[in-house]
Write a protein that binds this ligand. Structure first.
Ligand SMILES: NC(=O)c1ccc[n+]([C@@H]2O[C@H](COP(=O)([O-])OP(=O)(O)OC[C@H]3O[C@@H](n4cnc5c(N)ncnc54)[C@H](OP(=O)(O)O)[C@@H]3O)[C@@H](O)[C@H]2O)c1
Length: 309
């Protein structure tokens, strides 16, 4: 049985296409040499071949190059891909007209006439939430995006966005926030429950906690760079019980990897993980989070172990 038959598909946005409850994040696309771009193309192709059609990008990723790459990879396959991208509400971008201008530039880079979902990247700005939502609503009415969403919005901010859009008869499709076994504020601050109540999809970014939940880092080989500064040896040592459990549960599901179990946990919570993938190997592994389900007991026991991390 393929995962297409096994995992229930979801609809992201009113009248949106049925898609798999997992996407691919492209935040790192556009950095590095040409060889890196070719790896990103392989990640794109591997995802699409496996039936994963949802791609997340933003105008600020690699200063637009992530959108450009996605646009060039889609060439001829635009109808198969669900594209979501984001508006950066910099403090110097006043008013709603800036949003439309930025979206037109994103569409140019993506080489398409309309995106599937357009989001406000973050709420910290001098422009009011209502003005930002007015810009999103204008974008829908101008046919530049099919649906709209927000990102990094708290429950109260999301409610304001939802209420404004409802007055224009436009549903809020999603709120994209950090959510993983190692970052669970959305469960404790009521955001996940509110999303379920309002039928707003919670799109989970950093669902692998930047690779930590794949189990590839060890006490002897901790992460380097910025991630290493945040998560050094001690932190890796503290997360060992969780990694051991991810491995054990994965083995009970025909050898699923810790990362696949961590992504399946996000799906079990009713959220849509968008793990970043840099090459075909990572994309194929991440797609292996589909087509099977953790039991309720496994989800509760991961909840309990992650709590103590
Ligand atoms: N809305 C927002 O504010 C916001 C913020 C951040 C991210 N995002 C979105 O969410 C997406 C995902 O977040 P993220 O990239 O920060 O974190 P993530 O998905 O938790 O981690 C992705 C990183 O983990 C590693 N990885 C991925 N799959 C792997 C595998 N199968 N095996 C081993 N390593 C693997 C890769 O890094 P290495 O190969 O370098 O280890 C990859 O770049 C982004 O691409 C972006 O689209 C949105």
């Amino acid at each position: 049985m393929t995962f297409q038959e096994h995992t229930p598909t979801i609809q992201l946005g009113q009248d949106g296409p049925e898609i798999q409850p997992l996407g691919i994040g492209t935040r790192t696309w556009g950095y590095g040499e040409d060889a890196a771009d070719s790896n990103r193309r392989d990640a794109f192709t591997a995802s699409l071949n496996a039936g994963v059609t949802l791609f997340d990008t933003a105008e600020i990723y690699a200063m637009g190059k992530s959108e450009k790459l996605l646009g060039s990879f889609m060439n001829g396959k635009e109808n198969e891909v669900f594209v979501m991208t984001k508006y950066a509400p910099f403090p110097w971008r006043f008013g709603r007209q800036n949003l439309i201008k930025a979206l037109r530039r994103s569409l140019q880079r993506l080489s398409i006439d309309q995106v599937d979902l357009y989001m406000i990247h973050w709420p910290y700005t001098l422009t009011s939430i209502e003005t930002l939502m007015a810009g999103l609503a204008d974008a829908v009415e101008a046919g530049l995006t099919k649906t709209v969403g927000v990102s990094n919005f708290s429950p109260a901010q999301m409610q304001r966005a939802y209420d404004y859009l409802a007055k224009r008869d436009i549903p809020l499709a999603s709120n994209q926030v950090a959510f993983s076994l190692l970052k669970r504020d959305s469960e404790t601050n009521g955001l996940l429950d509110l999303c379920h109540q309002m039928d707003v999809k919670l799109v989970a970014y950093a669902p692998l906690a930047s690779g930590l939940l794949t189990g590839k880092f060890t006490i002897d080989q901790p992460p380097r760079g910025i991630l290493g500064l945040r998560r050094g040896k001690r932190s890796i040592a503290r997360m060992q019980p969780l990694l051991i459990q991810l491995r054990e549960i994965g083995e009970a599901h025909e050898g699923k990897t810790p990362g696949q179990v961590a992504l399946n946990w996000v799906i079990a919570k009713g959220a849509i993980p968008i793990p970043g993938a840099k090459d075909a190997k990572q994309a194929e592994e991440n797609v292996g989070a589909l087509g099977w389900s953790l039991t309720e007991v496994e989800v509760s026991s991961l909840d309990a172990t992650a709590q103590t991390e």
